[in-house]
Design a protein around this ligand. Structure first.
Ligand SMILES: NCC(=O)CCC(=O)O
Length: 328
C-alpha cells in the first residue's frame, strides 16, 4: 500500500530500469527473410518495402557474409520465380538446379554456419498465385501435400537446415516429416507456419515476389480456405497442436503485431519454440510513417520487436533484423 509501495522507485533512472527489465532483444533472436532473383549484380529495392531488396545470387553471398558478421545467424529464403517456369503444381520447385536450390548452396558457401531456412509453398511457382494445386476452383489439400513434401526434400538435399512450410494445408507436416525421415534427412528441421492468418498485411511481400492470387473467374481470389480467419483464436491452438503432433520442431504465428494474443496463448500451451513473423505490411507501415516524420522509426521498431518477444516469441522473422541489430 502507498507509500510503502512506490512503483516509481524502480523507474527513477536508466540503471535501475535496465536492471529490472524483463525482455531483452539480441541478434540471435532474429531470422532474416531474404528475397532471391535470377541475374547478376541485382540489388533491386522493393517499391512497397523501402530499403529492402531482391538479390541475385552473387549479391546474396555478399549480403549473407555481412549478416553473419553482424551476428545474425539465420536466414529464411524466398525466391521470385520467372513466369515461364510457373505452372499449377510447382514442378520447378523440385528442380535440383532451381533458384532456391542454388540460393541454399550460395548461402552455405558464403557463411557455412548460417542456419538456412527455406519457404515451402507453391505460391511463388503457381500460375494462380496459390499455395496449393488448383482443381475446378478449389485448392486441393492432399495432392498438394505430396508436392510440398518433394519440395521440402529437394531443399534438404540442397543443404537447407530447416524447411518452413507456409501453405497451411492440413497434414503437410506429417507428410514432409515422413519423406525427410525416409530419405535419411532426420536432422533437417521443420519450422511450421502453424497459425498463419489470411491477412491483408502480406501485400508488399506479394509485390516483392509477384505471388498474389490471380484475378481470374473461377479461381479463388484470396487464401481464406486455407489461411485462418483473423477473427479466430482457439483455432490457432488447434492448428498448432496438430503441427506439433505431426513433427514440427518450431511453430509460428503470422503476422506479428495484431496477433500477440495468439502468441501468448500458444507460448503458454506448447513446449516447442514459438516463432513470430513480423510481416511486410508491418514493415511498410513503419517505413511510410517514419519517412513522413510521423513516427520515430528506431524507437517504434524496438518497441514492436520487444513487444513480440514479451508476448512469448522465441524468435522473430523480421525485415527489421538488420536495422535492429545495429541498435542493440
Ligand atoms: N510465406 C511468407 C509470407 O507470406 C510472408 C508475408 C509477408 O512478409 O508479408
Amino acid at each position: 500500500m502507498f507509500p510503502l509501495q512506490r512503483h516509481r522507485r524502480l523507474r527513477q533512472n536508466d540503471s535501475i530500469r535496465s536492471l529490472i527489465r524483463e525482455t531483452h532483444l539480441s541478434p540471435t533472436d532474429f531470422i532474416v527473410p531474404l528475397f532471391v532473383v535470377e541475374g547478376k549484380g541485382v540489388k533491386d529495392e522493393i517499391d512497397s518495402m523501402p530499403n529492402y531488396y531482391r538479390f541475385s545470387l552473387d549479391l546474396l553471398a555478399k549480403e549473407v557474409k555481412e549478416l553473419w558478421q553482424m551476428g545474425l545467424k539465420s536466414v529464411l529464403l524466398f525466391v521470385k520465380v520467372e513466369d515461364a517456369l510457373k505452372d499449377n503444381r510447382g514442378v520447378e520447385a523440385t528442380n535440383p538446379d532451381g533458384l532456391m536450390q542454388r540460393a541454399i548452396k550460395t548461402v552455405k558457401n558464403a557463411a557455412p554456419e548460417m542456419l538456412v531456412m527455406t519457404d515451402v509453398a507453391l505460391d511463388p511457382y503457381s500460375i494462380y498465385g496459390h499455395d496449393g494445386i488448383v482443381d475446378q476452383g478449389k485448392i486441393v489439400n492432399d495432392r498438394t501435400n505430396s508436392f510440398l513434401a518433394q519440395m521440402a526434400l529437394s531443399h534438404a538435399q540442397a543443404g537447407a537446415n530447416f524447411v518452413a512450410p507456409s501453405d497451411m494445408m492440413d497434414g503437410r507436416i506429417l507428410e514432409i516429416r515422413s519423406v525427410l525421415e525416409d530419405a535419411h534427412f532426420m536432422d533437417t528441421g521443420i519450422m511450421s507456419y502453424s497459425a498463419k492468418f489470411a491477412s491483408a498485411f502480406y501485400g508488399p511481400f506479394r509485390d516483392a515476389l509477384d505471388s498474389a492470387p490471380v484475378d481470374v473467374k473461377g479461381i479463388p481470389k484470396d487464401k481464406k480456405t486455407y489461411q485462418m480467419d483473423f477473427a479466430n483464436r482457439s483455432e490457432a491452438l488447434k492448428e498448432t497442436f496438430s503441427d506439433i503432433d505431426e513433427g514440427a520442431d518450431i511453430v509460428m504465428v503470422k503476422p506479428g503485431l495484431c496477433y500477440l494474443d495468439i502468441v501468448r496463448d500458444i507460448a503458454n500451451e506448447v513446449e516447442v519454440p514459438v516463432a513470430v513473423y513480423q510481416v511486410s505490411g508491418e514493415y511498410a507501415m513503419l517505413k511510410a510513417a517514419s519517412a513522413r516524420g510521423w513516427l520515430d522509426h528506431d524507437a517504434v521498431m524496438l518497441e514492436q520487436l520487444t513487444a513480440i518477444k514479451r508476448a512469448g516469441a522465441s524468435m522473430i522473422a523480421s525485415y527489421f533484423a538488420k536495422d535492429a541489430v545495429k541498435l542493440l
